[in-house]
Write a protein that binds this ligand. Structure first.
Ligand SMILES: [Zn+2]
Length: 224
């Protein structure tokens, strides 16, 4: 999940040329990717496999988690599933730090029940809804680059799972953090927010800039 509701950063013509030059240059690129895959990629529709408990601390799983952390930080995500880097296994990352919060004013943070939360690796998650009240707020996703829409999510839940050291945990979450978790668990089930959004609110995040610039806008699909 991402907070890029408004795309304020655009790439220059020179950067587009470099990007295009790299695109036509043949290059070996296999999952786990260093980029985030986009909607249409069949991996985003796959049901992610559970990680066998005895493999949670294996070098293979560690390398997937390390790659996820790299991509997570490069893209400044608040949530990322392993499927989004091309590996459909039940792992996601979540974080909400002060830099993420800065994109919202104090009133918005209060309304959206945003709390700071350090980076957490969640393996084989299971959720139990604790409050069935549905809260509606805009949501965006790095796998549906350049768009956002209103999505209704349950207000609070209990999350159980394993951390990257193989220890199990159980923790309750409210509001924005509960939203991030529901978004990421949907990814593990092959669901994107476009399946559950209020369709009339589906919005291109730079529609106004497209008008201002006569359509001369490029969105970067790699990390910035
Ligand atoms: Zn997403």
């Amino acid at each position: 999940m991402t907070l890029n509701f408004n795309q304020s950063r655009f790439i220059s013509y020179k950067q587009v040329r470099t990007w295009y030059a790299n695109l036509v240059k043949p290059r070996k690129n296999e999952a786990p990717y260093r980029h985030i895959i986009q909607i249409g990629d069949p991996t985003l529709r796959a049901t992610s496999e559970k990680v066998p408990t005895h493999l949670i601390t294996s070098p293979e799983i560690k390398s997937v988690i390390d790659q996820m952390k790299l991509v997570f930080n490069k893209y400044k995500c608040v949530g990322l599933s392993a499927a989004q880097i091309g590996i459909p296994i039940q792992i996601f990352l979540m974080e909400f730090n002060k830099n993420h919060a800065k994109l919202f004013n104090k009133q918005e943070q209060k309304n959206m029940e945003m709390l700071h939360y350090p980076l957490k690796v969640v393996i084989n998650p299971e959720i139990k809804i604790l409050d069935y009240t549905k809260i509606i707020f805009p949501e965006a996703c790095e796998s549906i680059k350049g768009f956002y829409a209103d999505v209704a999510r349950y207000r609070s839940l209990n999350l159980k799972g394993f951390d990257e050291n193989g220890n199990n945990f159980s923790e309750n979450f409210n509001g924005w953090l509960a939203r991030i978790i529901q978004h990421e668990i949907d990814h593990l089930n092959g669901i994107t927010y476009t399946d559950v959004m209020d369709r009339k609110t589906f919005t291109c995040s730079c529609w106004n800039v497209i008008n201002e610039r006569g359509g001369r806008v490029e969105l970067p699909y790699g990390p910035q």
